[in-house]
Design a protein around this ligand. Structure first.
Ligand SMILES: [Zn+2]
Length: 158
């Protein structure tokens, strides 16, 4: 078996297992430990796949053989692993409300009184900032100021 065939088979197997675990969603029992384990596992898989992709590119450059097919597989595997990871993290967040420590950034269970890493009081912070919220900051362009004659229109603009 050539290196190419080995890598190809490997990726086909892995692509299948990723698809399997992605569809295994119905009738799930929410198990935090398992979810966390799956996230860790997926992060590992992504790292491993990146490493493998590097090895493939190295191999193809050295041998001047075309490894495009395997490279494509590696890329699509990374893509699907990334979206799987995203989904897992979303699920974890949905089921578990976390309180982010204002001191060290560690995400703690909302029932915790103190940060499990640095010991800061979490309750006072929770009252002020109940959840992690991403805020989109829109930078107001200076164009309006630069064009004073268009001001009559600007009141109706959004
Ligand atoms: Zn902390």
């Amino acid at each position: 078996m050539s290196v190419f065939e080995e890598l190809f088979d490997d990726f086909m197997d892995r692509a299948k297992s990723v698809a399997d675990s992605a569809t295994r969603k119905t009738g799930e029992v929410v198990d935090m430990g398992k979810l966390r384990y799956e996230i860790k596992q997926t992060q590992w898989d992504i790292e491993k796949t990146y490493a493998k992709l590097g090895a493939i590119v190295y191999e193809s450059k050295k041998s001047s053989e075309s490894y495009d097919e395997v490279i494509e597989l590696a890329i699509s595997e990374i893509d699907s692993l990334c979206s799987k990871l995203q989904e897992l993290e979303l699920r974890l967040r949905a089921y578990k409300r976390v309180v982010k420590c204002h001191h060290c950034g560690k995400e703690n269970d909302q029932n915790f009184l103190f940060c499990s890493r640095c010991g800061s009081n979490l309750q006072t912070e929770e009252a002020a900032e109940p959840d992690v919220v991403e805020v989109e900051v829109e930078v107001v362009s200076s164009q309006e100021e630069a064009a004073p004659f268009s001001q009559e229109e600007s009141a109706e603009e959004e």
